[in-house]
Design a protein around this ligand. Structure first.
Ligand code: NAD
Ligand code: UDP
Length: 319
């Protein structure tokens, strides 16, 4: 039985990855310090003998007894309000946490995949973003703590690949959404749906002309699974190229929820990227992957999840 360590297992993406690897017949070791995650996301796995969980900060030395065939390093705050609140931990988990995971992979002879991000492209001058583009990041701006941690993560991972011959994979994830996002994590989709469900106006930052391209979580997980099983060590974009302005996205959420809320405009956060769309030619050609869920389908499934939550979740303050 192959055994995989998933860091960030109690988070949004980590928990879906745990489900997928369990379904594929793997033994799964989840690890998380619960700083932005929630055990509720994986509580259904605790009864399974194929699943173990360690509560641990991966920025500190990691010890996992027994063999490991694969490591997926997903631990890191991911939403702007999370990483602005804990900037040093964010830098540490991308750098020290990645170093610890790479060292563990070397010790165990495991293949490792690290979760990078479209944020390595910063506020991009190339559109759509190809993997060859080096990016436009402000290292000392507020988002620098996340973007530079991830850029360092990629550099460190590539160094282990070229210097130690470690089997490494790097996925550059574009905005992904779905069930188990935290309603109060500040990301645009849970923010808008939470506002609609509470009967509040939707807060569009700036004039709403900035764009994002949203990928449903099941599509992302499939892309990650294929990348891990491929033999390709260079970074690969995984995301849905269907681009939309945030203003239009707010209108879509208002229609979806049938709430007739208004849109109100707030200041655009500093260094907020003006446009973002993945070029997924590599994922198509190398992994035979492309997204299957339209935004309409994915949003419907996500809205059903948020509607099914107990009402007090709607009024929970930030983590
Ligand atoms: P999330 O906040 O839901 O999950 C992150 C998990 O990591 C949480 O459970 C948190 O408690 C855990 N964690 C954070 N620091 C840790 C540490 N030092 N030790 C152990 N556990 C720690 O976020 P997510 O959206 O699931 O993101 C997961 C990964 O994917 C992150 O690395 C993020 O950078 C990357 N990513 C996500 C997106 C997206 O759209 N969701 C986009 C690009 C990249
Ligand atoms: N955004 C917004 N209103 C909100 C939350 C976010 O208009 O209540 C905007 C934000 O400024 C950004 C986009 O939505 O332009 C996506 O933000 P998110 O935090 O989800 O992701 P990221 O900026 O990291 O891509």
């Amino acid at each position: 039985m192959a055994r995989v360590l998933i860091t960030g297992a109690a988070g949004f993406l980590g928990s879906h990855l745990c489900d997928r690897f369990i379904a594929e017949g793997f033994d799964v070791v989840g690890m998380d310090n619960l700083i932005t995650g929630d055990l509720k996301n994986i509580e259904h796995l605790f009864k399974l003998k194929q699943f173990e969980f360690y509560e641990h900060d991966v920025s500190k030395f990691i010890h996992v007894p027994g063999k490991l065939d694969y490591i997926l390093h997903f631990a890191s705050p991911a939403s702007p309000i999370d990483y602005l609140k804990i900037p040093i931990q964010t830098l540490k988990v991308g750098s020290l946490g990645t170093h610890n995971c790479l060292g563990l992979a070397l010790e165990k002879g495991a293949r490792i995949l690290v979760a990078s991000t479209s944020e390595v492209y910063g506020d991009p001058h190339v559109h759509p973003q190809t993997e060859e583009y080096w990016g436009n990041v402000n290292p000392v701006g507020p988002r620098g703590v996340y973007d530079e941690a991830k850029r360092f993560q990629e550099a460190m991972t590539m160094a282990y690949h070229t210097f130690h011959g470690l089997e490494t994979r790097i996925v550059r994830i574009f905005n992904t959404y779905g069930p188990r996002m935290r309603l109060n994590d500040g990301r645009v989709l849970p923010a808008f749906i939470g506002q609609a469900l509470r009967g509040e106006d939707l807060t569009v930052f700036g004039d709403g002309s900035q764009t994002r391209s949203f990928c449903y979580v099941d599509d992302l997980v499939e892309g990650i699974y294929r990348l891990l099983m491929s033999d390709y060590a260079q970074p690969v974009n995984v995301g849905n190229p269907d681009e939309i302005t945030i203003g239009d996205f707010a209108e879509e959420i208002i229609k979806l929820t049938g709430t007739n809320q208004k849109v109100i405009y707030k200041d655009l956060p500093k260094d907020d990227p003006t446009q973002r769309q993945p070029d997924i030619t590599k994922a198509r050609e190398i992994l035979g992957w492309e997204p299957k869920f339209s935004r309409a389908e994915g949003l419907k499934l996500t809205y059903e999840y948020f509607k099914s939550l107990p009402e007090d979740e709607l009024y929970k303050k930030e983590h």
